[in-house]
Ligand binder design. Structure first.
Ligand code: AKG
Length: 267
């Protein structure tokens, strides 16, 4: 197999794969500036707030309102929109899902030092509902995270359980609660090998399957751990989200009252 295809085999075998060096440092500097812009807009919010399609997901953590992530900020920020539709990103996704894609998620995860943000071990299939809107979810959807900062064990990198996607079914209770919620799923988690830490450098892209068990611990370092997460589905198998490529070409963001979105709930 050609080395360029090795990550695709790994994606199907392990349920996730990291592709190194997808975005060069200059582009990551621009993405980092976009993260700063959105953080500044959300800084004083005390509760979840919508601005058109964009949503600042602010939740109490240790009693303090905390920006857990920002959704669809690409709808209010042209620079972030360019990354969402970047050929560097979409060409990877199209290698797995084909040339016609819908976009389901667009999320900026910050994990600033000391903010306490964490994600329990979960599978994204919990959010890809109803089943009728996602036909063949195993093959038709993937989530892709662009690393803005180095992702390390100390700053709360993603951790993923190899091979946990193979059963192609929901195995865990809960969704986007914090790491402390893992207790209720311990029996299931014990059936699987240990999670693998997805260490990343800025510009790397991590792709994972909707059935892959994954999560992340709080940031215990003095450095932020930012990732730009975009989730895509094969158009013919999915009714939710917005078109993002047609015949391999990116199309502008367009949505309206008829657009159907997933609901992402968490504490
Ligand atoms: O940002 C993280 O560490 C976790 C993200 C995640 O698990 C998800 O978006 O499904």
């Amino acid at each position: 197999m050609a080395p360029a295809d090795a990550w695709i085999a790994e994606y199907w075998e392990r349920g996730f794969a990291r592709v190194a060096g997808v975005f060069p440092p200059g582009e990551i500097a621009a993405l980092s500036a976009g993260f700063d812009d959105i953080l500044a807009l959300g800084r004083d919010l005390t509760e979840t707030t919508k601005q058109g399609l964009a949503e600042f997901r602010v939740v109490p953590i240790a009693g303090k309102p905390t920006l857990k992530f920002a959704k669809w900020a690409s709808s209010i920020h042209a620079g972030l929109d360019r990354f969402r539709t970047s050929p560097r990103l979409l060409s990877l996704v199209m290698r797995v899902l084909g040339p016609d894609l819908r976009q389901i998620t667009n999320q900026m995860h910050y994990k600033n030092p000391g903010d306490g943000v964490s994600f329990q071990m979960h599978q994204d299939c919990a959010f890809r509902k109803p089943d009728a809107a996602y036909r063949d979810l195993y093959h038709c959807f993937l989530q892709a995270a662009i690393a803005v900062d180095p992702a390390t064990l100390e700053n709360g990198c993603l951790q993923l359980v190899p091979g946990s996607h193979h059963e192609a079914k929901a195995l865990l209770a809960g969704g986007y609660e914090g790491w402390d919620a893992n207790g209720s799923n311990q029996k299931v988690l014990d059936r699987f090998p240990s999670a693998v830490a997805a260490l990343m450098d800025p510009g790397d892209v991590l792709l994972w399957n909707p059935f892959t068990i994954h999560g992340s611990q709080p940031n215990r370092s003095p450095f932020s751990r930012r990732v730009y997460i975009n989730g895509f589905a094969r158009t013919r198998d999915c009714d939710h989200g917005v078109p993002v490529t047609v015949d391999g070409q990116a199309v502008p963001l367009a949505y309206g009252p008829e657009t159907r979105w997933d609901v992402v709930e968490e504490r």
